[in-house]
Design a protein. Structure first.
Length: 229
């Protein structure tokens, strides 16, 4: 019969072997995958105004948000969304997942109709000097997230900063600001399916700050397809 000390050693070895098996089994090998997919844009958008500064008028922000929702809906009624073919590349690495759209596809520019007053001579209601919003399938965007089993969740953001010129004009500094944000959520069992939740941000300036208020418009783009051979 073995001694208690030897029994403890055997038990410890068993736990070490079990731990190694769990670690090895839980860490998938890095791989690169390609999916042939279709994207279907949303017919409507949800826009919400946010007052970030004391000079922002919540009622005015709500009016702009309402006009943006209306403009987007009218644009989609005039030209209904249709499925668009794309190729999505996914790198599943040990510590992160990366996804991007193939640059061979032609992407549209601009997603929402401009929320400006239609009357001639009326000044813009939002800041037109900020960068143009990129499209959700722009090949320059890199969606990144943590490795997950059987599905993908990755995020991207288009960020800009106007602090240098704002400081020269003695304006309140805004720091890095998001122009667009996107979250890619897809299941990868028996093909690929899910959505891109896409947010575009417009900024409403005041005399003291270029980011006194903002309008965030959110919509879902449907994704479905198959893994390419």
């Amino acid at each position: 019969m073995g001694t208690p000390a030897s029994a403890s050693v055997v038990l410890m070895r068993r736990w070490l072997l079990l731990g190694c098996a769990i670690v090895i089994g839980g860490c998938a090998e890095p791989r690169s995958r390609t999916f042939a997919i279709t994207l279907l844009d949303a017919p409507t958008v949800k826009c919400t105004g946010y007052a970030d500064g004391l000079l922002a008028d919540p009622d005015d922000l709500d009016d702009i948000a309402k006009d943006m929702r209306k403009a987007y809906k009218e644009a989609k009624l005039a030209e209904p969304p249709t499925p668009q073919g794309r190729v999505l590349h996914v790198n599943e690495l040990e510590t992160r997942t990366q996804a991007w759209f193939d640059p061979s596809a032609v992407t549209s520019t601009g997603s929402t109709a401009p929320p400006y007053d239609s009357e001639p001579g009326t000044p813009p209601r939002v800041d037109q000097s900020i960068p143009a919003a990129v499209h959700y399938d722009d090949p320059t965007l890199l969606y990144e997230g943590e490795p997950l089993s059987d599905y993908i969740e990755a995020r991207t953001a288009q960020v800009f900063n106007t602090d240098e010129q704002d400081e020269e004009q003695s304006l309140r500094l805004c720091g890095p600001r998001a122009r667009t944000r996107g979250t890619l959520t897809l299941t990868t069992t028996d093909g690929i399916a899910g959505r891109i939740r896409w947010t575009e941000v417009e900024y409403v300036p005041s005399e003291l700050s270029p980011c006194e208020g903002r309008i965030e418009c959110v919509r879902d783009i449907a994704v479905e397809g198959l893994e390419a051979d």
